[in-house]
Design a protein around this ligand. Structure first.
Ligand SMILES: [Zn+2]
Length: 451
């Protein structure tokens, strides 16, 4: 799976942990909250749930901060604008065709939205920018539309995808460039029709990049996110396996009894954010002070995003390095996001953490598996396997009626997750595919041949 960078402004800073040791840190996972901005590469590879580990090469993104000069910033703004217009035109065109039941080929969309549009007076400015970026915007729109369509027809796993939203002028902007749209000139990044941009090379690129996404974040910083291939570097095998129960009180509790506290970055920043947002709402639309206030909000959000990402990387690396296999529950995050807990759930960043674990497991030759979300992990005694019925959330510690073992609720859940993960592995079936709970170890012997 290809993972996109999520706010790695301090790539150098938070990546430093791994320097010096034999374990490099930081490959960067997708930021889920970006909606249409997910680059097409990431989406293309998303269907493959067992990504990279098989071939020994891991495809990752490396993100660097770039410093375009004033002229280059203007040139980039033009490309962002053109790519956005092409993307939105694609959606409008496809919607129109869809409404009248007309089938339109991808090449025809591209021809009308780019080639023919350039000849019209109202889109003549498209000719002023590199066409690579426009073609990629077209591809992004195609992919977004296809995802929505597949989701409608039930051909796509996972949660329902909504109709792609048009890209907006404010907030994060990005363009994607393939090989023919950029070159590395010495230590500068040449972007077609923009020029040589200065890059802060916070670490060495592991291979020649196959594509680059140039990003302008809402806070005004520019980044280049390269898609590169990196050799998987399996760590020496160890015999520890671990189950992880994700929660809100603690971010994670492991079957070994370790509690990883929930740092609640957003909640910490909440007061400052609220104040900044209040200021923003009072500023007059279109004024310079409003732009300043918007920048302030964006900076606060960046801080939250980056600290959360850094924490997720460090936690994930520790879990993967110390254990041969990590099992976690497949969470219904989107369901929880509709409840009162939504903000806390988002702030905890469970999906981010699991993505980091998955990615690092692939990199270091370890196993990561999700177990089905219908496992009654908190109802079953991890010692004797007796199902004790549901318990209210307020009960943190309970004693098993059958064997008398006293359990911490979360540690017990983590142990059940570990047992379920092991059973899945023994059965050789896809993690999470089993509809019913299998008492710990009970089925392990019967299907050993399949393992
Ligand atoms: Zn028991």
């Amino acid at each position: 799976m290809l993972l996109d960078a999520a706010g790695l402004g301090t790539a150098a800073g938070c990546g430093e942990v791994g320097r010096g040791s034999e374990v490099p840190v930081h490959d960067v996972p997708v930021d889920v909250e970006r909606g249409n901005h997910v680059p097409a590469d990431a989406v293309l590879l998303r269907d493959c749930h067992r990504p990279v580990a098989c071939c020994g090469v891991v495809q990752v993104r490396y993100r660097y901060r770039i410093y375009p000069g004033p002229g280059q910033q203007q040139a980039l703004a033009r490309v962002f604008g053109c790519a956005r217009a092409v993307y939105n035109d694609c959606l409008v065109l496809r919607d129109g065709c869809h409404a009248v039941g007309e089938k339109i080929s991808d090449t025809e969309v591209q021809r009308r939205v780019i080639t023919l549009a350039k000849l019209t007076p109202e889109r003549a400015w498209l000719a002023g920018v590199a066409s690579v970026a426009l073609v990629q915007a077209c591809q992004d729109a195609r992919r977004a539309y296809r995802n929505w369509f597949d989701s409608l027809r039930g051909r796509r796993k996972g949660p329902k995808i909504r109709h792609p939203k048009p890209r907006r002028k404010h907030g994060r902007q990005s363009i994607r460039l393939t090989r023919n749209g950029f070159v590395l000139h010495g230590d500068r990044l040449y972007v077609a029709k923009v020029g040589d941009i200065r890059v802060a090379w916070s670490r060495v690129l592991p291979s020649v990049p196959s594509s680059v996404t140039v990003i302008k974040e809402a806070d005004g910083r520019y980044y280049a996110s390269f898609v590169v291939e990196r050799e998987a570097a399996p760590l020496p095998a160890c015999d520890r396996e671990i189950g992880v129960d994700l929660g809100l009180a603690s971010l994670a509790v492991t079957s070994a009894g370790e509690m990883i506290p929930n740092p609640r970055f957003l909640r910490t920043a909440q007061r400052r954010l609220r104040k900044a947002q209040r200021v923003l709402s009072r500023r007059q639309k279109g004024s310079a002070n409003r732009a300043k206030a918007r920048h302030r909000v964006a900076v606060l959000h960046r801080t939250v995003r980056e600290t959360r990402l850094d924490h997720a990387h460090k936690t994930a690396l520790r879990l993967v390095r110390d254990n041969q296999a990590v099992y976690a529950e497949d969470l219904a995050v989107s369901g929880l996001m509709r409840t009162k807990l939504a903000r806390s759930v988002a702030d905890a960043g469970w999906s981010l953490l699991l993505r980091c674990v998955e990615e690092k497991a692939a990199q270091y030759g370890r196993t990561f598996a999700r177990i089905g979300r219908f496992e009654p992990t908190s109802q079953v005694c991890s010692a004797c396997g007796v199902k004790d019925g549901p318990k209210p959330l307020s009960i943190r510690i309970w004693a098993c009626a059958a064997c008398g073992t006293v359990h911490d609720r979360d540690v017990n859940a983590a142990r059940n997750i570990l047992a379920a993960g092991r059973a899945d592995k023994e059965n050789g079936c896809e993690a999470g595919a089993r509809p019913h709970h299998v008492a710990a170890g009970a089925e392990a012997g019967t299907h050993r041949s399949a393992a």
